[in-house]
Design a protein around this ligand. Structure first.
Ligand SMILES: Nc1ncnc2c1ncn2[C@@H]1O[C@H](COP(=O)(O)OP(=O)(O)OP(=O)(O)O)[C@@H](O)[C@H]1O
Ligand SMILES: [Mg+2]
Length: 245
């Protein structure tokens, strides 16, 4: 079993089956892409993994432990961090203070000076240390995305969940993001679950891709194989799924 597994996950919202018997296994040290049309259940899967939503049936298993009874606050300390589809920062706090939130979640006992140094190092890693003392509000969107990434990394995760990290980024920024995500896997040995509509990014960086449609898994395999799958092409109506350059 991989570092993370969803086992027959099922969750409904009224009449909508957001996750319909979804199983997923993410091997440690790999990048797993999770794709699918709008409303397919991707963000719901993240909310289930981070325990914001409770499954009706099935389970989430992290590092061999069921998270069925784990509160969301413990999930971070167990080594799972995430970014949000719509950037969720504290606008009046500085960039550094936002990142310190991640550090505090990881190590409440550490000295503040150590946490600050860690946070600054993390800001340097994502390339925005020059903005450390500015309030988050008013910074360009691409910078806000990097603050979120830094906050997630500051909690020293083993598993990083990225919900549409390329959303709103320009072509050059997406290229930098692809390199960065690979570095996180190769240098920091992180395991990454990547939700993204940007097909070139997903297909280029993922070791494995799972496709959801209306809460169901319709394909799962290596990127090249998934891209050729007729059900996947149909789910995307041939529009969004471009061949990888
Ligand atoms: N808290 C909620 N209450 C009611 N319905 C919800 C809730 N969260 C998600 N849903 C519904 O569950 C389904 C899956 O939503 P989800 O946000 O997981 O989709 P998604 O794959 O992330 O889509 P997108 O690509 O647009 O972000 C949708 O029909 C959505 O409306
Ligand atoms: Mg979503």
């Amino acid at each position: 079993m991989g570092l993370l597994a969803l086992e027959n996950a099922r969750l409904r919202f009224g009449g909508i089956v957001a996750l319909d018997d979804v199983s997923l296994d993410v091997a440690e040290g790999t990048i797993a892409g999770l794709i699918g049309p709008n409303g397919a259940g991707k963000t719901t899967a993240f909310n289930v993994i981070t325990r914001l939503y409770r499954l009706e049936s099935g389970d989430v298993v992290f590092d061999g432990h069921s998270l069925r009874h784990t509160p969301p606050s413990r999930v971070v300390r167990m080594g799972i961090a995430r970014t949000f589809q719509n950037v969720e920062l504290f606008p009046t706090m500085t960039v550094l203070e936002n990142v310190l939130v991640g550090g505090h979640a990881f190590a409440r006992m550490k000295r503040e000076s150590e946490l600050r140094k860690d946070a600054l190092d993390t800001l340097e890693l994502v390339g925005i240390h020059m903005h450390a003392d500015r309030p988050a509000a008013g910074l360009p969107f691409g910078t806000l995305k990097r603050i979120e990434l830094a906050r997630a990394l500051a909690s020293k995760p083993r598993l990083l969940l990225l919900d549409e990290p390329a959303g709103g980024l320009n072509h050059e920024e997406v290229g930098e993001l692809a390199d960065f995500i690979r570095r996180l896997r190769d240098e920091l040995k992180l395991t990454i679950l990547l939700v993204e509509h940007h097909m070139n990014l997903v297909m280029q960086v993922s070791d494995h891709v799972t496709v959801l449609n209306f809460g169901r898994t319709i394909a799962s395999g290596p990127p090249a194989e998934v891209q050729r799958d007729p059900q996947v092409i149909e789910a995307y109506l041939g529009g969004e799924l471009e061949p990888v350059a």
